[in-house]
Design a protein around this ligand. Structure first.
Ligand code: C5P
Length: 215
């Protein structure tokens, strides 16, 4: 896999303990350079896994999808900055004060990525566009959206911003609980900067081989 592409695949470490997470990090780094730590794993083992990923030389996408009162979200974003995560998520629906408070305390090296509408939910592209525009106007660095909306966002929002796209499935693979799925190539062609892949790699008999399908 060439270096440019490998740095744009984020592996969702959706496992329930440190040992399993460490197994996937050891197996897939350096082909994967960014690992996503979500609520399951972070609740199970906390910052220990973030430290492990950093020690390995990789980066962390902390996907805790913050959505709370502005003071609480700003405090959480500050703590995430201390953990030196590369990017983190928060819900755009949390509103302007919550988003701006987060932007105000975020460390420069931490990218703030707004969740528009979860890729497991059905929605119209206009709703995603509206949320994305709003989040970016509050100072976010980028948004999460499905590949199905990415092209529209690129067309309608002229400034530079990051698009992170989950719900990625190889051709013919089961959708699981995702509804707005696409292949890695479709997502990239639509304008995604990073694709997030979980189960198609975690559940594969050979995760290293499965990873190659997302080139
Ligand atoms: O297993 P799968 O490839 O469906 O994993 C997708 C990952 O992306 C999950 O960790 C999920 O929490 C995350 N995600 C998502 N939709 C969003 C934001 C994040 O599916 N809007």
């Amino acid at each position: 896999m060439n270096d440019e592409l490998s740095s744009r695949i984020i592996l969702a470490l959706d496992v329930d303990n440190f040992k399993k997470a460490r197994y996937f990090v050891d197996l897939l780094y350096p082909e994967v350079k960014i690992f996503k730590v979500g609520s399951q794993l972070f609740t199970a083992c906390g910052p220990q896994i973030i430290e492990y990923i950093h020690k390995k030389g990789a980066e962390v996408f902390l996907d805790l999808k913050y959505f709370d009162i502005p003071h609480t979200v700003a405090a959480a974003v500050y703590q995430a900055g201390r953990l030196k995560v590369k990017m983190l998520t928060l819900h755009i629906l949390g509103g302007p004060t919550m988003l701006k408070s987060a932007v105000a305390v975020a460390k420069r090296q931490t990218l703030l990525i707004g969740v528009t509408v979860l890729t497991s939910q059905k929605t119209g592209p206009q709703e995603v566009l509206k949320l994305a525009k709003f989040g970016l106007s509050c100072g976010l660095d980028g948004v999460v959206c499905s590949a199905q909306e990415a092209a529209l966002l690129r067309r309608k929002i002229r400034k530079k911003f990051i698009i992170v796209t989950p719900g990625i499935r190889p051709e013919g693979y089961k959708a699981d609980d995702q509804t707005r799925t696409a292949t890695a190539q479709q997502a990239r062609e639509a304008g995604a900067d990073f694709i997030v892949v979980g189960r198609p790699i975690l559940e594969a008999k050979n995760p290293q081989e499965a990873l190659r399908q997302f080139k």
